[in-house]
Design a protein. Structure first.
Length: 352
């Protein structure tokens, strides 16, 4: 699969045991570079040595951050800048982002800003990163005000996805990736939604992960190619995220996973959309049933609407006094609705 954009195109490789040929892949992309592998303390011990040993044509170093959302910060980015500078990295050198969504977002943000930008690739090892965050060129760190508030658009030189890495994940990390797959089916691919309905559960999905990842990424590929900089159709990928990000922010980053928050967000916004006649009756129940099947939550407690509203006012999708929210016309078809910021309060009344 290729992402084809006006300024840059790159390949996405989806293949079991692809990590065993990382050296050949990097050789096809880069020559004469120093490489820094940016990972975390959980992932690097599993995959880092194998990758490092394959990069025989390069000077390689690595930096591991603490696992978890708290590492996605300006403070951690600054520590990596210092590490790169201490190792005399220049604009001719490169970064491999090896890990889940936190590492991918952080390492790509560092790559896009160090010396005004150096090359990088993504090797996502979590399901969430494989179906969502590693693709499309969004980089970010969190601020105290909002998730992903500080970031850039920067496309990688390539993405390598090895579904075998999913076998090393705790089930929570698998479930949160499934939330993004559910979202892809809901907004753009009814056949993917039906595939998820037919599968018997989490293990069955993992057994068919290559095909499922391919379908989910096709949804993202289409909208990224149409709208690289998130001003139009790419906003559809944010279904469930406006409320989801507010839940993450108010709970404290890392207290509830991104995927769990998105699962709750899809239900919450769809429930009120149904009541307002903006989505078909029964849509919410279909999402709840899918969440239950893959052991994802549909409600969050404590529910504090005013705190969520305050978080949403800092959301990246806000434009002045209005906000673009994503709703469903039906399963497999979404649309963008612009509402006044004050109207979002209607969508934050839990239990409606």
């Amino acid at each position: 699969m290729d992402i084809v954009l006006p300024g840059k195109s790159y390949e996405i490789i989806i293949k079991r045991y692809a990590l065993d040929s990382v050296g050949e892949w990097i050789d096809s992309l880069w020559q004469n570079k120093k490489i820094a592998i940016i990972s975390d303390e959980n992932v690097f011990p599993i995959y880092g040595e194998n990758i490092q040993q394959q990069l025989t044509n390069y000077e390689v170093c690595h930096y591991s951050v603490p696992a978890g959302e708290s590492s996605k910060s300006l403070e951690m980015a600054n520590a990596i800048y210092d590490f790169l500078a201490d190792n005399q990295f220049t604009r001719s050198d490169a970064i491999i982002a090896l890990g889940g969504g936190v590492v991918g977002d952080l390492a790509s943000f560092v790559a896009s800003t160090y010396m005004r930008g150096i090359a990088f690739v993504q090797i996502p090892t979590s399901l969430l990163a494989q179906v969502d965050s590693s693709i499309g060129g969004k980089t970010a760190v969190n601020s105290s005000k909002a998730k992903n508030m500080i970031g850039t658009f920067a496309q990688p030189d390539g993405v390598l996805i090895d579904p075998e890495t999913l076998n090393s994940l705790p089930e929570l990390r698998v479930r949160e990736g499934i939330a993004e797959i559910i979202k892809c089916g809901a907004i753009s691919d009814a056949s993917l939604w039906h595939d998820l309905e037919k599968l018997t559960g989490i293990q069955d999905l993992l057994d068919h992960s290559e095909a499922i990842i391919q379908k989910a990424l096709q949804v993202k590929k289409t909208v990224v190619e149409e709208d690289e900089f998130d001003n139009g159709s790419r906003l559809l990928l944010n279904f469930g995220h406006t409320i989801g990000h507010a839940i993450e922010n108010t709970a404290g980053y890392g207290e509830i996973s991104h995927g769990e928050a998105v699962a709750i967000g899809m239900v919450t916004i769809s429930r009120t959309a149904e009541e307002k006649g903006l989505s078909p009756i029964g849509t919410t129940e279909k999402i709840i049933a899918m969440n239950q099947k893959y052991q994802l939550p549909s409600r969050y407690q404590p529910w504090e609407a005013e705190k969520f509203y305050a978080a949403i006012t800092h959301d990246k999708k806000a434009r002045g006094d209005s906000l673009n929210i994503i709703l469903l016309k039906e399963i497999g078809q979404a649309y963008i609705k612009k509402i006044n910021m004050t109207e979002i309060k209607d969508f934050l009344i839990e239990g409606k």
